[in-house]
Design a protein around this ligand. Structure first.
Ligand code: HEM
Length: 493
């Protein structure tokens, strides 16, 4: 039976050791001030597992690749996703947070949209929208890449899965998603479970954003129901999806809404973050970038990449894999224990909340050797590096592996290849990305860059451009809030 948030009791069993906790808030302050650093420090201190308290609720952190295998791949039925969604009911019947038979049935219903051939068909949309974005990019411009990637991936996912072109609503929608995904709850919200719905609380902002998205999504469903045209997209699959044993009983409006919201949210922010981190890492590792650009030139010679081309570009693959290792957009996964089980000799009672962190496990020194180094070559099978199963899981694993993985990989590789054939992205002087680990892991400061020619061997030309753009504060793109924010933050404003 699925466990819901309401069922969760503080388990009385002896959980793994962990840091001392404060009354009421537990370890929330340390967790909130630097979750990534805190998790890593806990792993170093306690080894395989540790227990922290978020408010009064114990959370068991699992740090081993074999734990990942146990939870995600070998015994997924012992664990539940339902109840992980805390805020009201915005998407709690979407694919990410339903369990058991319902999950299997509904995942199967939309699976055709993610079959190899179908996904390859999305390449046309990815190419068209990327080209349209790049029409606005000129050598020498200053660009807020974080913002542009978020808008681009949102536009792509909406078109591929729901056949709508959101080009006119993109900026507004991106900011709604930012409020939904990016506004953190206060200590009172998180520790004491207090929810105040007004415009200044994190909860209130998330609720306002959710209401706007609800309106958009219910309109989309109504328009589709009224349409005479035939579609073969995720929306049409959801409208036809059976619910339960009776094929005549279909998903209701709220269930369809929750699926759409899940796909939109999970399907754009993650890929956008992956791209931004990749552009950032490449800007810091010029030899890797040069090697990748060589591969792009050899295989594509300026052409738009096709699906077949991508198979000929191993280095591009490794760059993406290595980016997702160092900066996994999904930096942790959570599960409730739904059936008592034992991991590493510790009995975990029903209702225990577990967390597996990609951030920590992707950086275990005993697995990766030089975990903090960005080294795409480690993915070269010919070099025979032995990466144990469960040590690398940017897309999760087992029956709940990210359904969008093939689309995300195609999209990220096509966009990287297209952009990098034209431009070298040079972050503004003094740029330090920082990390903002919320639902997804994004840079704390938007990545703002100057666009330089990709293959300019003329260093003088690059230097002239850099100095010219550094003096040119009135660039339209620089006026964008994110870039301006990055520049101001250099002066501590
Ligand atoms: C780089 C990009 C992406 C990353 C790193 C990523 C990561 C993940 C991870 C780790 C999970 C497992 C969550 C869990 O088991 O708790 C997941 C599930 C999911 N992802 Fe993605 N994702 C990405 C792109 C996408 C895209 C493009 C879509 C849209 C089609 C998508 C839709 C989903 C959905 C619907 C699930 C739930 C699957 C299920 O439970 O059956 N993701 N993703």
């Amino acid at each position: 039976m699925a466990t819901t948030a309401q069922d969760i009791q503080t388990p009385k069993a002896k959980l793994p050791p962990g840091p001392r906790k404060l009354p009421y808030i537990g370890n929330l302050l340390s967790f909130r001030s630097d979750p990534l650093g805190y998790f890593q420090q806990l792993q170093r201190t306690y080894g395989n597992m540790a227990t922290i308290h978020i408010g009064k609720m114990p959370v068991v952190l699992l740090f081993r690749p074999e734990h990942v295998r146990y939870v995600l791949v070998e015994h997924p039925r012992f664990f539940s996703n339902s109840g992980l969604q805390q805020d009201g009911n915005s998407a709690n019947e979407g694919l990410l947070t339903i369990d058991g038979v319902q999950h299997r049935q509904q995942r199967r219903a939309v699976q055709p949209a993610f079959h190899k051939k179908q996904v390859e068909g999305y390449a046309e949309v990815i190419d068209q929208y990327t080209q349209e974005l790049l029409e606005n990019w000129q050598i020498g411009d200053q660009i807020d890449v974080s913002r542009d990637m978020q808008a681009l991936t949102l536009r792509i996912i909406s078109k591929c899965l729901f056949s709508v072109d959101l080009s006119h609503q993109l900026q507004a929608l991106s900011s709604v998603f930012n409020d939904m995904i990016g506004s953190q709850g206060s200590i009172a919200e998180d520790a004491l479970n207090i929810r105040i719905d007004n415009p200044i609380t994190g909860y209130g902002k998330r609720m306002a954003a959710t209401r706007q998205l609800d309106m958009l999504i219910y309109t989309l469903i109504a328009q589709r129901r009224a349409s005479k045209e035939e579609y073969h997209d995720v929306l049409s699959m959801l409208l036809e999806a059976p619910y339960g044993d009776d094929p005549e009983v279909k998903l209701n409006e709220k269930q369809i809404h929750d699926h759409i919201l899940t796909f939109l949210a999970a399907g754009h922010e993650t890929t956008a973050n992956a791209l931004v981190w990749a552009f950032y890492l490449l800007s810091q590792h010029t030899q890797v970038r040069a090697k990748l650009q060589d591969e792009l030139r050899n295989v594509l010679n300026g052409r738009v990449p096709t699906v077949e081309d991508l198979a000929q570009m191993p280095y591009l693959n490794w760059v993406l894999d290595e980016t997702l290792r160092l900066y996994p957009p999904a930096w942790f996964q959570a599960r409730f224990v739904a059936q008592e089980c034992e991991i590493d000799g510790v009995r975990l009672p029903v209702g225990t909340l577990l967390m597996l962190s990609q951030w920590v496990i992707h950086r275990l020194p005993e697995v990766w050797g030089d975990p903090d180094v960005f080294r795409p070559e480690r993915w070269d099978a010919a070099q025979g590096e032995n990466i144990p199963a469960g040590a690398y899981f940017p897309f999760g694993g087992g029956p709940r592996t990210c359904i969008g993985m093939p689309l995300a990989q195609l999209e990220a590789k096509m966009i990287l290849a297209t952009v990098l054939q034209r431009y070298a992205l040079q972050p503004l002087p003094g740029y330090v990305p920082g990390t903002q680990p919320l639902i997804t892991l994004r840079p704390k400061h938007n990545l703002c860059v100057t666009l330089l020619p990709a293959y300019s061997s003329d260093m003088k030309e690059q230097w002239t451009l850099l100095t010219r753009t550094a003096n040119n504060n009135v660039s339209t793109h620089a006026e964008r809030k994110g870039c301006l924010g990055a520049v101001l933050s250099l002066f501590g404003i």
